[in-house]
Design a protein around this ligand. Structure first.
Ligand SMILES: Nc1nc2c(c(=O)[nH]1)N=C([C@H](O)[C@H](O)COP(=O)(O)OP(=O)(O)OP(=O)(O)O)CN2
Ligand SMILES: [Zn+2]
Length: 122
């Protein structure tokens, strides 16, 4: 089993509406996103082409979130909810006979990140 990871960044603003503290105020982050696919090698001895991952993430995620106000997409845009939303946007697009989306990891700050997988037991 191989785990293929591609990394991205995007800039966005948000405020946590159901939160009492500094993050209820409007502020922004440069989010770091890692998308990981699990699978076996097929044609060209690749699991999935990094270029294909880049195109899918650009079309499905970055086109919506980069330079956005994330509350327009999610009413409570915690890192948890954003990572889950990204996973659900990508899962149907990154699926084949020999590979599938494994994990989305999302950094809100250099020291704070979440990882989301649809199921446990990998
Ligand atoms: N479990 C979660 N906790 C917090 C979230 C979240 O999405 N999930 N979000 C926030 C705020 O959005 C905040 O922007 C990030 O918090 P924090 O890591 O405390 O930010 P700092 O800039 O203070 O980070 P440092 O790297 O520690 O300076 C809060 N909590
Ligand atoms: Zn924040």
């Amino acid at each position: 089993m191989f785990f293929i990871t591609k990394e991205f960044t995007f800039d966005a603003a948000h405020n946590l509406t159901m939160y009492h503290g500094k993050c209820e105020k409007l502020h922004g982050h440069t989010y770091k996103l890692q998308v990981t696919v699990a699978g076996e090698k097929q044609e060209e001895d690749m699991v999935i082409d990094f270029l294909k991952m880049k195109e899918i993430v650009r079309d499905e995620v970055l086109s919506v979130l980069d330079h956005s106000y994330i509350n327009d997409v999610l009413s409570q845009p915690t890192a948890e909810n954003i990572a889950e939303w990204i996973f659900n946007k990508l899962a149907g697009k990154i699926r084949g006979n020999s590979f599938e989306l494994y994990e989305v990891a999302l950094w809100e700050t250099p020291t704070s990140f979440v990882r989301y997988r649809e199921r446990d037991g990998w």
